[in-house]
Design a protein. Structure first.
Length: 282
């Protein structure tokens, strides 16, 4: 078996472990880069760094995708599987944007589809589940594997919810939208008359989103709201005001309940093992 083949087919090989460790690191780095790119001013100030990060992600994710196809037992089965489609969608929009194709230039849908890359984080849970199976009766290894799975799910929920909130509600008042809206008003305003200030509107509810309610200006900013929503009832300093944003909030709160239940189960298992010796290897 060649080294490249073992990277994709032999979980016990060093090549497989090293490759998946690198892909794991790149997944997290890519998600963080994608988040920081939405911070006002960062996209222009660190454009070159974000571009290099995007190129690196595309190259290695493409190699990983092609490798999975080449060494899959059923190539069509992998291509049309859920994870195969996630892998494809996570690289295809970036390739089109990086090539700056005329048909897709400036298309915001492509930027939205890049968010699918976050779903690759969930694939990491499969490795954590394998670690849990290998742990056997070792309570230390079992606890570590459970915490790893929980951390992966928490990070995935945090990234997906905060990104969804930013694109559903925050994208209504990004600077480009505000500038375009104000420009349209300025053009329509008769000469000599003071133009009105542009105020974005909820496309579903029709309610205006005033400046004091424009909270989700970037993905990192949305993460604060997401974190307090997942772990508590929220502090009230940030809240969605659009119909779409409230739908995202409902799913986030439900995810928070599920994550709390998972954490309590992990803590209960750990406490029972520590205090009463349950779950110890025989």
């Amino acid at each position: 078996m060649s080294t490249i083949e073992s990277m994709f087919t032999d979980p016990k090989s060093r090549a497989f472990k090293n490759w998946h460790s690198w892909i794991t690191t790149l997944i997290f780095a890519s998600c963080i880069s994608l988040s920081l790119e939405t911070v006002p001013g960062y996209s222009e100030a660190y454009h070159q760094q974000f571009m290099w990060m995007e190129w690196a992600s595309v190259v290695f994710f493409s190699f990983d995708y092609l490798g999975n196809i080449a060494f899959a037992k059923s190539r069509l089965g992998y291509i049309f599987s859920f994870w195969g489609l996630v892998d494809l969608i996570s690289i295809l929009p970036s390739i089109l944007m990086l090539l700056n194709m005329a048909v897709t230039r400036g298309t915001k849908v492509l930027r939205l589809l890049r968010v699918a890359r976050i779903l690759r984080v969930l694939k990491l849970s499969r490795g954590a589940i394998d670690d849990l199976k290998k742990a056997g009766g070792s309570r230390t290894d079992t606890l570590a594997a459970n915490l790893k799975i929980y951390a992966i799910i928490l990070f995935s929920a945090l990234m997906i919810s905060s990104t969804a909130m930013y694109f559903v509600e925050g994208s209504l008042y990004v600077q480009d939208v505000l500038d375009a809206g104000q420009h349209a008003i300025d053009i329509a305003t008769p000469e000599g008359t003071k133009p009105e200030v542009f105020v974005p509107v909820d496309p579903i509810g029709g309610n205006p989103i005033t400046t004091d309610k424009q909270f989700f200006t970037s993905i990192p900013t949305s993460m604060w709201w997401c974190m307090v929503t997942l772990t508590t009832t929220g502090y009230g300093d940030m809240y969605p005001v659009t119909v779409g944003g409230r739908i995202v909030a409902c799913f986030t709160m439900f995810a928070g309940l599920v994550l709390f239940g998972l954490l309590m189960d992990i803590v209960r298992t750990a406490m029972m093992a520590i205090l009463f010796g349950e779950g110890q290897a025989k």
